[in-house]
Design a protein around this ligand. Structure first.
Ligand code: SAH
Length: 338
């Protein structure tokens, strides 16, 4: 279901709409279309090794000061097992573009984790069609990859040696293979305009995403963008609220970057359009080392602490924790055909 808006209206909502009116409208649409349940996804950050050099990202290849890590297959499967035992119905596996995780290795991992009766989301960047197909057949249900921005010049400045067109084509392949498709953008990137954010939202609507996250950009000291201004929570929330108005029934996460900018960031997000939270279930030192941006929350917490903390916050605003897989339209995509 989509609410088509004129580009001028999207821009007006983003720039000029009264904040209280905008947030109330998004919250009402969220309530009417996806209800009061908040779906939790257990997020495992399993490798901070990356072949790319995105100018904004703390785990970019050229950040020589960062200590790198990679979970073993056993560690990854074990972390997922514990998250499933804690009650998570979705496991999100995220990493840099670390090609040590070959098609074969990833498929083995997916097959083992699938036995824990969970939905699996992969967030491991750009891969070949054959890889995406094999992961889907091995049991992956969803794929999450942000387009970051639809301003192609900006994209090519920020993601050197990468191609916007290729990333876009990857998203189309993922959709064609029957995954639930997650994407999203950052807001507050240097040189990004409100008009370009409006185009981003129209793009997400046009490709028919099932889930999308909005993350304020937070400058990282060990990247070329260290002196940039960065995004604000307000711009993140406004963008998210407009997205909810345009896409009434998709899944929208309250993002970790929002909470990193403000202690109530995720709760505020849940009250202006969001219906998903992705608590971190990564263990030990790895949490700190998966440093996309500084000030990341919960780096000293355990998975159990994160789950109960967010559970209490959700209940404190009169919402409930979802107990289902929490897919778009309440179901998981059909099993892949081989
Ligand atoms: N390799 C995977 C995962 C990338 S990290 C992929 O390509 O999809 C996950 C997301 O973190 C990125 O898509 C980007 O939107 C966000 N991110 C990276 N650096 C950031 C920063 N400095 N501030 C805010 N968000 C950032």
């Amino acid at each position: 279901m989509q609410q088509k808006l004129e580009r001028q209206e999207v821009i007006r909502l983003l720039r000029d709409e009264d904040e209280t009116i905008l947030y109330k409208r998004a919250d009402k649409i969220r309530h009417e279309n996806v209800g009061d349940e908040v779906h939790l996804r257990g997020l495992i950050e399993f490798s901070n090794i990356c072949r790319n050099n995105c100018m904004y990202c703390g785990i970019r290849k050229d950040n020589a000061l960062l200590k790198r890590y990679r979970m073993s297959e056993e560690e990854l499967v074990d972390t997922a097992r514990k998250a499933a035992e804690m009650g998570f119905k979705t496991i999100v596996m995220q990493s840099g573009e670390d090609m040590w995780f070959s098609q074969e290795r990833m498929c083995k991992i997916i097959e083992q984790i699938k036995k824990f009766d969970v939905a699996i989301t992969l967030s491991i960047g750009e891969r070949s069609y054959e890889d995406y197909k094999a992961f889907r057949e091995a049991g992956a249900d969803r794929y999450l990859m942000r387009i970051e921005t639809t301003d192609k010049d900006l994209y090519h400045k920020l993601d050197p040696n990468m191609s916007w067109q290729h990333r876009h084509e990857c998203l189309l392949m993922i959709k064609e293979l029957g995954y639930e498709l997650g994407s999203g953008i950052m807001v507050g990137l240097p040189g990004q305009t409100i008009e370009s954010i409006a185009d981003d939202l129209i793009y997400l609507q046009d490709i028919g995403i099932d889930m999308a996250g909005i993350g304020p950009f937070i400058p990282h000291a060990q990247t070329p963008l260290k002196d940039a201004a960065g995004g604000t929570l307000e711009l993140g929330l406004r963008t998210m609220a407009v997205m909810r108005i345009m896409m009434p029934d998709i899944n929208i996460p309250a993002t970790t970057a929002m909470e990193s900018l403000h202690p109530q960031g995720r709760i505020r997000a849940l009250q202006c359009g969001a219906n998903v939270v992705m608590p971190n279930v990564t263990e030990g030192e790895y949490r700190r080392l998966y440093e996309l941006y500084p000030g990341k929350i919960c780096v000293d917490d355990t998975p159990t602490q994160c789950k109960s903390c967010i559970g209490m916050k959700i209940m404190s605003i009169g919402r409930t924790v979802g107990l289902s897989y929490g897919g778009h339209n309440g179901r998981l995509p059909q099993k892949a055909k081989s």
